[in-house]
Write a protein that binds this ligand. Sequence first.
Ligand SMILES: Nc1ncnc2c1ncn2[C@@H]1O[C@H](COP(=O)(O)OP(=O)(O)O)[C@@H](O)[C@H]1O
Ligand SMILES: [Mg+2]
Length: 268
Amino acid sequence: MKDLLSRFGFHCTPFTREFGIADRYPLQVYDDALKGLTEAIDQRMSCALVAPAGTGKTALLRSLVHALPEARYRTHYVKVTGLSKRDMCREIAAALGLPPAGTYPSLVRKLQENFTETSETLGLRPVLILDEAHDLRVEVLAMLRILTNFDMDSRLVLSIVLAGQPKLRDALRREELDDVAKRISHFATLRPLSRDETQAYIEHRCAIAGAATVPFDGGSLDAIFEIGRGNLRATDQLARKTLGIAHDSDAGTCCAAYVAQAKKVLWP
Ligand SMILES: Nc1ncnc2c1ncn2[C@@H]1O[C@H](COP(=O)(O)OP(=O)(O)O)[C@@H](O)[C@H]1O
Ligand SMILES: [Mg+2]
């Protein structure tokens, strides 16, 4: 039996996380989010990207890092959750290439010294990106206020980018996080795709994986939208599983029945 890739004319596995920045699916909502975040960072402010799971936040953060010129910015990406303040500082220290040792106050001082040095000695603006920020503990979110306070707030040195699901926004509305929320100068958001956008997205993902024709018929595209409701991750999972089922059935095209089977396998 042919292998799956050659059956559908793909030169690499479609619908995976790995795709080049240049191959991302273009949509105004992504451009708007990216513009808002880069503008805030350009003004040395902090910002947030709040959107439901699977709508493209982490992918957008990759675009953000790419959009910030290396000659001007030093970006650090941290994706850990549920940590204490000290352990969070240790993670950030590790991301900065510092030894992740010391007490909480000494770690905060070390981080701030490093950010100041990056800014003053190297002439680069430090940007700290915290992904999955909806799962950060309240006291860790509160600590960000301390981390961004330089010389009694007389200088803007560090930009923090918080990315997370909508409960991050709720957390930032808590009274004890008021000081942190005030430092977020811009909130960007993303949304699920419409039916037409979902179809265009699937076609795009097939095209960047090398397929000359789209191996999904109209019924299957509709079925994927009905189930995935334009959520990128769900769409990817369904499309990938559907291709596998079509392949196992020795079929050259995906139909709605295969999508229904894929759904049962994925979410029984
Ligand atoms: N602009 C884009 N172009 C193509 N695929 C994308 C794009 N944004 C997200 N994706 C796909 O959607 C999936 C979910 O995106 P992700 O960034 O992980 O969502 P989130 O971080 O919001 O949960 C990724 O695996 C990726 O394949
Ligand atoms: Mg993510």
